[in-house]
Design a binder for this molecule. Structure first.
Ligand code: GLN
Length: 537
């Protein structure tokens, strides 16, 4: 049995410093040493999972193969590491309490008073160790959400303290990600906030072994020495993390700064020559594009790029594969009207209509689909985007004037998109959509079949509504076709318009499965078609 080593990543001074990217980068470097690594995120909020959170609150909800609705950091883990994560990789306070309360109701605590310590902390420890349920991991990286000092993360940090104590100094370590602000008035980098947050950690019984310091400016040796002395870490363990051009630079930067070296030393793992050729090759292609194309992303959560994180990253992977830079133009669907659509879209080489929920901004999405269809601009509709493509075709080509989705109008005359039968009785909103990996069988002579190069595929889902098969005969014809069906339920998974250079709508989310090493074929091919459109201008 493998006994894994444990790395805990905590955050100091402020949130949004990029713990997820640092964790994923370190994991990538450890993978390059031939180690089997996985990462998990512990989130201190009370939602059982982020599935019920508005993207404005928490960014995109990422979905794993096993159908867990998770924090978007899991997307980074999968994209950096080419591993599949699962519900074990994201645990919230809500989930911990739910488990403990369920056990209490079953009488599992044998009459004891159930308390934060030891019951909640034990549950957290169990969830940390359970990541190694297959006994195949050499290293487990656990990222603690929030900032040290928050009331709500206290039980997590206490559980970390206990795991560090139990595993011992050679088998566990704490990396503290912190901010070194630059004061332009005095022209100085300031270490005091970091000193305070390291002290807060110490009050909780945790010693930072490594400081990863986010900074806009180079840290001098003098500053590093000061941080080392006052924060009780070795000089080599003060790692600078300066702002970089792309998140994909971070693993290489961290290697240059020696984060992998000090980690291996601390955990008594023998260092070998890292293998990062493929990663470096990706970076080289990313930074040396031959062309630039414009892709429009039509959605309603446009103000925050985190809301469509996986789509944006998939476009970077696909652009790199095609050696083009993809400029993403975010277009708010509520701003699109027939009169101004040309202004929004005439410079686009490709159009994506994004996933989403609820009624807001749907008219703009339908107009965007029409614009792509009529002007023969490569089009990719994802989930809600695919549903809007069906409604657009039904209304504008098949002249079914009142074609709609029952998500928008419950009593509409022609519900071409309708609630799945399995969803009709559902009352609870959390974790009850059609989630995770489902099979899809592709039809021959379709773009999808050409792109995937196989007949049976599996993709991740997150939806309640579907194409209403009662309308199959009315809507589909030789130009608007079903390109993929679920083999068991006959649920429509992919539609295509054959009277168009590249028009594909998918009920699933290909963006959840694109990674640096395996860019998703749908995105790669969509970008290729958009490049073709650009070159033919
Ligand atoms: N709201 C739609 C549904 O539930 C689409 C969901 C999505 O785009 N992820 O079916």
């Amino acid at each position: 049995m493998n006994k894994p080593k444990y790395i805990f990543v905590t955050g100091g001074v402020t949130s949004s410093l990029g713990k997820g990217i640092i964790s994923a980068s370190l994991a990538r470097l450890l993978q390059a040493q031939g180690l089997n690594v996985s990462i998990q995120k512990l989130d201190p909020y009370i939602n059982v999972d982020p599935g019920t959170l508005n993207p404005y609150e928490h960014g995109e909800c990422y979905v794993t193969e096993d159908g867990a609705e998770t924090d978007l950091d899991l997307g980074h883990y999968e994209r950096f590491l080419s591993i599949n994560t699962s519900q074990r990789n994201n645990v919230t306070t809500g989930k911990i309490y739910q488990n403990v309360i369920e056990k209490e109701r079953k009488g599992e605590f044998l009459g004891k008073t159930v308390q934060v310590i030891p019951h909640i902390t034990n549950e957290i420890k169990e969830n940390i160790r359970n990541l190694n349920h297959k006994n195949n991991l050499d290293v487990i990286i656990t990222e603690i959400g929030g900032t040290v000092g928050d009331i709500e993360s206290l039980p997590f940090l206490e559980a970390v303290r206990q795991v560090v104590y139990e595993e011992g100094p050679d088998n566990s370590m704490v990396i503290h990600l912190t901010l070194i602000p630059f004061l332009s008035a005095t022209g100085e980098l300031k270490t005091k906030p970091t000193q305070h947050s390291v002290k807060t950690l110490m009050e909780l019984g945790l010693k930072a072994d490594v400081l990863v310091c986010r900074t806009e400016r180079e840290l001098s040796d003098e500053i590093k020495n000061k941080l080392a002395l006052f924060c009780n870490v070795k000089f080599d363990c003060v790692i600078q993390s300066i702002d970089v051009e792309t998140i994909y630079d971070v693993p290489i930067k961290m290697m240059e700064e020696g984060l992998d070296k000090v980690t291996l030393e601390k955990l008594k793992i023998k260092e070998t020559e890292p293998n990062l050729d493929k990663w470096k090759n990706f970076l080289h292609k990313l930074k040396n594009p031959t062309h630039q194309i414009n892709i429009g992303l039509v959605g309603k959560y446009i103000e925050l790029s985190d809301s469509y994180k996986s789509i944006l990253e998939s476009l970077i992977h696909a652009g790199t594969e095609n050696e083009v830079k993809v400029n993403v133009k975010s277009i708010h669907s509520e701003h699109i009207e027939r009169e101004n659509i040309g202004k929004h879209m005439s410079d686009l080489d490709g159009i994506i209509v994004a996933p989403g929920f609820g009624q807001r901004g749907l008219d703009g999405k339908i107009l965007a689909v029409e614009y792509a269809r009529v002007n023969k601009i490569p089009f990719l509709g994802i989930c809600l985007g695919m549903q809007m493509a069906v409604i657009e075709y039904a209304r504008n080509v098949k002249k079914i004037r009142y074609a709609n989705s029952t998500e928008i109008s419950e009593k509409c005359k022609d519900p071409v998109i309708d609630l799945m039968t399995s969803q009709k009785e559902i009352i609870n909103m959390g974790g009850t959509m059609r989630l995770g990996a489902w099979d899809c069988e592709l039809s021959k002579n379709t773009i999808a079949h050409k792109v995937y190069k196989k007949k049976l595929i599996s993709e991740r889902h997150r939806h309640r509504y579907e194409f209403n098969n009662k309308y199959s005969k009315t809507i589909f014809d030789d130009k608007f076709i079903i390109a993929g069906l679920n083999p068991d339920t006959k649920l429509v998974e992919i539609i295509e318009n054959t009277d168009h250079p590249w028009f594909v709508g998918v009920q699933f989310h290909p963006e959840y499965k694109s990674s640096v090493y395996n860019p998703h074929p749908i995105f790669v091919n969509f970008v290729k078609a958009s490049l073709k459109k650009y070159l033919n201008k």
